[in-house]
Ligand binder design. Structure first.
Ligand SMILES: Nc1ncnc2c1ncn2[C@@H]1O[C@H](COP(=O)(O)OP(=O)(O)OP(=O)(O)O)[C@@H](O)[C@H]1O
Ligand SMILES: [Mg+2]
Length: 256
């Protein structure tokens, strides 16, 4: 059963309709990647699920309850980790717990989250001394520390160098296997989408509709050199290439 749902969601900014009756469901533990051209409404969709924005029409629900504001069981990772400069790494991760509960216990949880992203030794460092990759690991740990049921990621690795990106994709893949949160991963990187997601949703230009909703049934960690993997990447590229290219695709599944 789908736990996280957008139903016929409408969102416009002034005259500009960005989401036009868009529906999308994510099941418990499911990893869904969303790709689409710049400006097509990916971040808008993510912000709605995060409770950071409200639709003009339609419904955003979790377990049937309307999402009205950010929830403790949903966490967000943005492209920039936005760390607090006056707190050390451990302190920044503890921010994810919202200052509630026992402090010693919070430290333990934060350290555990840092270990998950391979950053336990950096607990006492200040943000200004971190590389971009390390800072983004802290951002991920801060999101993980409260063990979210749904982890929303908006181009989380796009500012990183190629090697760091692959490392962090691997970390996310493992975290997902171990903790099993549902994921919504917004990305411009088709290889990343194919490597991490159970389903990839391709949005068309605003007002965004779904042009392809493709299930990927390959074991993790995925072999990016395999023919099956590369066929999926090629298929995503065709769907992104525009309506003409998508219509040439005989196996295209249009979302209902
Ligand atoms: N708060 C806002 N006020 C006005 N316009 C907005 C607002 N938020 C988004 N938009 C507009 O809505 C459209 C979709 O924006 P959105 O950020 O969702 O796109 P995106 O798919 O995430 O793009 P990108 O890939 O560049 O991040 C854009 O034209 C953007 O300018
Ligand atoms: Mg965006």
């Amino acid at each position: 059963m789908s736990q996280f749902r957008l139903e016929a969601v409408q969102r416009a900014f002034g005259e500009r309709v960005v989401l036009n009756r868009l529906s999308l469901s994510i099941a418990e533990g499911e990893a869904v990647a969303v790709v689409g051209r710049s400006g097509c409404g990916k971040s808008t969709l993510l912000r709605l699920l995060a409770g950071l924005d409200r639709p003009d029409a339609g419904r955003v629900t979790i377990d049937g309850t309307l999402v009205m504001r950010p929830r403790p069981d949903v966490a967000v990772v943005f492209q920039e980790p936005r760390l607090l400069p006056w707190l050390d790494v451990l302190g920044n991760v503890m921010v994810g717990l919202g200052g509630k509960g026992d402090r010693g216990q919070a430290r333990e949880q934060a350290l555990r989250a840092l270990r998950r992203v391979g950053l336990a030794e950096a607990a006492a460092k200040l943000p200004k001394t971190l590389s971009g990759g390390m800072a983004q690991r802290v951002g991920i740990a801060r999101a993980l520390v409260r063990r979210p049921r749904l982890l929303l990621l908006d181009e989380p690795f796009s500012a990183l160098d190629a090697l760091t990106k692959i490392e962090l994709q691997g970390a996310l893949d493992r975290i997902r296997a171990e903790d099993g949160p549902a994921l919504l991963l917004v990305t411009h990187d088709l290889e990343e989408a194919a490597a991490l997601a159970d389903r990839v949703v391709v949005l068309e230009t605003a007002p965004a509709g779904i042009v392809l909703d493709l299930a990927i049934d390959l074991p993790h960690p995925r072999n990016r050199r395999s023919a099956a993997f590369q066929a999926i990447e090629a298929r995503l590229a065709r769907a992104l290439g525009g309506a003409d290219a998508a219509e040439d695709d005989p196996g295209m599944e249009r979302a209902a």
